[in-house]
Design a protein around this ligand. Structure first.
Ligand code: CMC
Length: 382
């Protein structure tokens, strides 16, 4: 009888490949994209430049960045059929389901769909960044009862996203904040959605299929879906004074507090630290709802750190503070996870293209613990 191997549930602690794209230092709470710390990029860079970095492994010079932005702008238009599907879908449809379905449909209209050359994959990666933003904005404008707003190629990536979503040119400050949020979400090593994209890619399937797999994986509340779930919890708490009783009850009932904890970070997630700075500014917001959510979030953070921070290694992650920040920007909760996908596309594509350079089929083992050689009993005898 074979002896039972060690089983790593959830592949916890297992290295499956090497990469220089991203380092997540879970002990010291540090994150690097191609060696640049997230704090350095947040302070000095922007989402478009960071996308170039993730796809090319280096920062662009001025003319490269300008060409990259032009290509992004030229790829924003959606096939009319996809806009029609969004508009024909049930208003109650889950926004991530709609994003996953319509993103998948893009392959039907893409002449590069089944070209797996490096050049075609780079073209598709840039195209995906533009089109997933347009799809997400179209879902949002449809849900809010507005007409589809055609993209404006004179605008930057984030500015155009907000323009397509709301039908009006956003303020520079709004663009700056959302650009930072996109940059912070652009990449995170071998997280579940990136791994899922790589699993699909490793069969030598195509980039559309791989990113569709990643979108489906991101949806779950243990991953990208936590941002929306965290905001729902803040709404359920209702006021800062209720926070302690709510958290105590939830923990006593063994419920997880969404937006806390991480498989790799056993300390404060550096992205959450950066978003928290924005949240602290929102304490003085003129909008009562935003101010209330902000105070609930800050009260919950303090309580959770006191209870589970140092003792259990459960700290705020990137998804905890996003809700009040997005609410302040007027973004509805059902778009939080789709926007996570919009910002994660460069990271997904960068990893998949890199994995293909030395591709090996991902095919782990499962230990069989059932019976063998069971006797087949015909149906009438069971
Ligand atoms: N609230 C309360 N308890 C928690 C939490 C939490 N958010 N997270 C972990 N724990 C407890 C958990 O109950 C378990 O306790 P015990 O040992 O007594 O059973 C212990 O900590 C270990 O938790 P785990 O779920 O086995 O550990 P993991 O490595 O699988 O955790 C996690 C990672 C993200 C799945 C988990 O922390 C979690 O479910 N957090 C809430 C969902 C969330 O915020 N997800 C976003 C992750 S970061 C961004 C992203 O990927 O999108």
């Amino acid at each position: 009888m074979e002896s039972k191997p060690e089983i790593k549930l959830g592949l916890e602690g297992v290295y499956f490949t090497e990469s220089e794209i991203c380092k997540v230092d879970g002990i010291n709470g540090k994150l690097y994209y191609y060696g640049y710390s997230i704090e350095t990029l947040a302070e000095n860079s922007n989402f478009e430049e960071t996308c170039f970095l993730l796809l090319n492994g280096r920062l662009p010079d001025e003319s490269e960045l300008s060409a990259f932005r032009k290509t992004l702008a030229s790829e924003r238009e959606l096939p009319a059929e996809i806009v029609s599907v969004i508009r024909a879908s049930a208003r109650t449809a889950n926004a991530m389901d709609l994003l996953r379905s319509t993103f998948s449909m893009l392959s039907l209209y893409d002449k590069d769909a089944n070209d797996n050359s490096e050049e075609a994959n780079m073209r598709k990666s840039i195209r995906f960044m533009s089109k997933i933003a347009s799809i997400t904005a179209a879902i949002g404008s449809f849900r809010q009862g507005r007409e589809y707003v055609k993209p404006d190629s004179s605008m930057g990536h984030v500015e155009n996203f907000l323009y397509m979503l709301n039908g009006k040119k956003p303020m520079a400050e709004e663009v700056k904040i959302l650009d930072l949020m996109f940059l912070l979400h652009a990449e995170h090593s071998s997280n579940a959605s990136t791994f899922s994209g790589i699993v699909t890619a490793s069969t030598l399937s195509d980039l559309h299929s791989s990113i569709t797999s990643a979108i489906g994986t991101l949806k779950g509340p243990l991953h990208g879906g936590a941002d929306e779930a965290a905001l729902h919890m803040m709404h359920a708490i209702g006021s800062p004074e209720n926070t302690e009783a709510y958290i105590n009850d939830a923990l006593a009932g063994k419920k997880k507090i969404m937006g806390f904890g991480h498989r790799v970070y056993k300390t404060y997630d550096p992205r959450a630290r950066i978003i928290k700075r924005r949240l602290e500014e929102l304490r003085g917001s003129a909008d009562e709802e935003v101010k209330n959510l902000t105070n609930i979030a800050l009260a919950a953070e303090k309580l959770m750190i006191d209870k589970l921070g140092a003792s259990h290694g459960i700290w705020p992650n990137v998804d905890f503070f996003s809700g009040p920040v997005y609410t302040d920007l007027g973004i509805p909760d059902y778009l939080f996870t789709p926007m996570f996908a919009v910002s994660r596309v460069p990271g997904w594509c960068a990893h998949i293209m890199q994995y293909w350079k030395s591709n090996r089929l991902v095919r782990p083992l499962e230990y069989y613990n059932g019976e063998i050689d069971r006797k087949y009993v015909p149906i009438e005898g069971r």
